[in-house]
Design a protein around this ligand. Structure first.
Ligand code: PLP
Length: 386
């Protein structure tokens, strides 16, 4: 029998204290906007250095709130990369927006900042950037464009908690930003997310949109005499049970991030030999950036990508790929405004392999994967230089 240990792609970590004070919630509340929601909110305000933060049930919910705050209506246009998770686009498509998908930078797989300006029209209402794998976009360049054209900038920072650009946390640059606390992210509570507000014009309305279109928050703060239905909104809050869970992870977020970065660096070190031989490309850290160790990916020749994933699988190593580019997905085609050719999006989405990265990954696992890669490239002979 083959007793070799499986190297799993992601293990949502439990540190043991997540529900430590659950019975104390009984005297308080289990629904949203209670004590632990406040604690998480304060953590976010302090660590992201934002004007306000809302705990919500997913990053998807936070993105939907962005579209509502911007009053996106049918015919409006939103610029974003195609190489991202569905929610980045679906939140805006839900309001009837046309999506202008643009290509990615071939190194970071983040939106190509040089392509944004020429895709702006009179109808453009937002630029949504995604810091892929926790690696910052070219924020300076993009902020300048958003200011010059007076178009809102939104950071989908789902993967980017505690990553930094010029020593400032990601999520603090856009008018609005979103985080995910889904179990596949660095810090999690099963399902969860946050909406970050940096532009004060959105401060008040965010409470109404989050709370079913009511002014209950103002009522709770004694700012109005009764609470009623005052606008559109939905039920976006996070249950206190999840908020408690999340808060207990946030209190050790820096240690978690430190450990992930250590694993990321080990991949980088052990895979160097393969990169030097031209077999793979690995991520590099852009100027002024501090990563959070969210994800480590490699780029291989398109023609061998699936073979290599299957080979690793046969050796009990779970390596994965994503995304099917949104501009070529069935619904993405319907909502996209332009038919831009997205060369690097197409190429990279078919050449990327994401390595297992979670806190149970050991140095020996990484060495084992490296040796498997060497073996694989030996087998497929010398025609595989990139
Ligand atoms: C994970 C992720 C989301 C969705 O997060 P949920 O919390 O599951 O809604 C959105 N955008 C990006 C870039 C993501 O990685």
């Amino acid at each position: 029998m083959n007793k070799e240990k499986k190297i799993i792609f992601n293990v949502p970590k439990l540190f043991g204290n997540e529900l430590k004070n659950l019975n104390q919630l009984e005297q308080k509340q289990f629904s949203a906007n209670g004590y632990y929601t406040q604690k998480c909110r304060q953590w976010l305000i302090k660590n992201v250095k934002c004007k306000d933060a809302h705990l919500v049930h997913s990053c998807t919910a936070a993105l939907e709130m962005c579209a509502l705050l911007l009053k996106i209506k049918p015919g409006d246009e939103v610029i974003m990369p195609s190489f991202t998770f569905v929610s980045t686009a679906s939140a805006f498509a839900l309001r009837g927006a046309k999506i202008t998908f643009i290509d990615i930078d071939h190194k970071t797989l983040n939106i190509d900042a040089n392509l944004i300006e020429k895709n702006i029209t009179k109808k453009t209402k937002a630029i949504v950037i995604v810091h892929y794998a926790g690696v910052p976009c070219e924020i300076d360049k993009i902020q300048k464009i958003s200011k010059r054209y007076n178009i809102c900038l939104i950071e989908d920072a789902a993967q980017s908690i505690l990553s930094k650009y010029k020593n400032r946390a990601l999520g603090s640059f856009g008018d609005l930003a979103t985080f995910s606390f889904h179990e596949t992210k660095n810090i999690h509570c099963g399902e969860g997310g946050a909406l970050i507000i940096n532009n004060k014009k959105f401060l008040k309305n965010a409470y109404i949109i989050k709370d079913k279109g009511t002014n209950r928050d103002a009522f709770n703060k004694n700012l109005v005499k009764k609470y009623s239905w005052v606008g559109i909104g939905s039920s976006y809050g996070l249950s206190e049970i999840n908020a408690l869970f999340l808060y207990n992870q946030l209190t050790i977020a820096k240690q978690i991030t430190f450990k992930r970065i250590r694993i990321w660096k080990q991949y980088k070190k052990f895979f160097k030999i393969l990169e030097d031989e031209g077999k793979i490309l690995t991520q590099s850290i852009p100027l002024h950036s501090k990563l959070n160790g969210h994800s480590f990916f490699i780029i291989v020749k398109r023609s061998i990508r699936n073979k290599l994933i299957n080979y690793l699988k046969s050796k009990k190593v779970m390596a994965l790929f994503h995304y099917i580019p949104l501009h070529s997905s069935p619904f993405g085609k319907k909502v996209s405004k332009n038919k831009n050719k997205l060369k690097f999006t197409d190429l990279k989405s078919e050449s990327i392999i994401r390595m297992p990265l979670h806190l149970d990954i050991k140095t020996n696992d990484i060495i084992k994967i490296k040796n498997l890669l060497i073996k694989f490239f030996h087998k497929v002979n010398n025609n595989t230089n990139l």
